[in-house]
Design a protein around this ligand. Structure first.
Ligand code: PLP
Ligand code: COI
Length: 339
């Protein structure tokens, strides 16, 4: 029996039974391997180390009341992995390989899929790295795809509790036509100093503005952004943010509960007219925002009673999480069962 306090898990790495790997060499992918090795041995001049030739993904598996394990929208993660890979010159991963690695991984670690009712889930991290030794800037010819996992609790300590975010104007995590639309390590490296500063100042995350005009909301460091204004679900349209699968799902759910979805440029100042605001993502799920603080403009936008999530966020959260854990019917075909 695994000794884990499922109800108090942080969002962190826990050693599990195994991970799955696949190697790309001589222009083709090999067969899927299962290993207990948590380390990767590579050449010190590997392209992922020097030139950031890497990308990653994040998705989750959930245990329902019926004991069955459900994976949420994995095909979207497989697609996005390939769009990230193409952006940094890496080969496409066939969907069938991704699927075999994912389902083998979850089966091998089924005892690490947290019990129903604990609020925890199994976070799955696909990672694709270029490992050929290079000195000049050029793409690898050899790659490793690894899928590993870890049981996790909420990304923000309080769980589904409002957090405060701070508007960051002093740096950008992505350029207007840069790499913000793909999930590569460089984007996160570019935001790490701000992330440290945010936590020191007591904020949950930084809210980035569009890097060109610094006028419109882009997204938070680890998640997309949306706000509720009357009966509207508004979320930024931008060429420098990650197309979030959670946000895409919430837009469908918002429409289903009668909200009008607006995906468009979202001026920061429009927050003054909004009723609710939140971050959304696989790790963040829905993290309601109680205040957006803009120190440079000496302005704070507040939402709700500062303690509880707003009613629309609650409704969206309960429906999304309900589908993920199998408590709410899945009319969209978002769930795949791991047999
Ligand atoms: N934006 C960023 C920068 C992220 O890292 C993530 C997390 O994956 C998201 C948005 C949310 O995307 P998704 O809902 O697909 O997890
Ligand atoms: C995710 O939500 O899956 C992410 O990759 C965000 C990361 C900051 C944990």
């Amino acid at each position: 029996m695994i000794d884990i306090d499922w109800g108090n898990l942080p969002f962190g790495y826990e050693k599990t039974n195994a991970n799955t790997r696949c190697y790309y060499k001589d222009g083709k992918w090999g067969s899927v391997e299962v290993t207990t090795d948590e380390t990767v041995t590579m050449h010190m001049s590997a392209t992922c180390l020097h030139y950031g030739q890497e990308c990653f993904e994040g998705l989750k598996a959930y245990r329902g009341k019926d004991g069955k394990i459900r994976v949420f929208r994995w095909e979207e993660n497989a697609k996005r992995l390939n769009s990230s890979a193409a952006r940094v010159g890496m080969p496409e991963v066939p969907k069938e390989i991704f699927k075999e690695m994912l389902f083998t991984l979850v089966k091998k670690n089924s005892d690490f899929v947290p019990p129903y009712g604990t609020g925890a889930s199994l976070y799955i991290r696909p990672l694709l790295i270029g490992v050929s030794p290079r000195l000049g800037i050029s793409a690898s010819t050899e790659y490793i795809l690894i899928l590993f996992c870890s049981p996790v609790g909420p990304y923000y300590k309080g769980g589904f509790k409002p957090i405060k975010v701070i508007v960051e104007r002093g740096s950008d995590r992505a350029a207007p036509l840069g790499t913000g639309t793909v999930k590569i390590g460089g984007n996160y490296a570019a935001a790490l100093n701000m992330s440290i500063k945010c936590h020191e100042m007591g904020y949950g995350a930084a809210l980035y503005l569009d890097p060109k005009e610094k006028k419109y909301i882009d997204e938070c460091g680890p998640a997309n952004f949306f706000a509720i204004k009357g009966d509207k679900y508004i979320t930024p349209k931008s060429s420098s943010i990650l197309p979030s699968i959670t946000n895409m799902s919430l837009q469908a759910l918002a429409e289903k509960i009668g909200l009008t979805v607006e995906k468009r440029q979202f001026p920061l100042t429009e927050l003054a007219e909004c009723d609710e605001a939140a971050e959304c993502g696989t790790a963040a799920v829905i993290s309601p925002i109680s205040a957006v603080v803009d120190p440079d403009e000496n302005k704070t936008y507040t939402f709700g009673d500062q303690v509880n999530p707003g009613k629309t966020c609650v409704k969206l959260y309960e429906t999304l999480v309900g589908i993920q854990y199998g408590d709410v019917e899945d009319p969209f075909g978002w769930i795949s069962f791991v047999e």
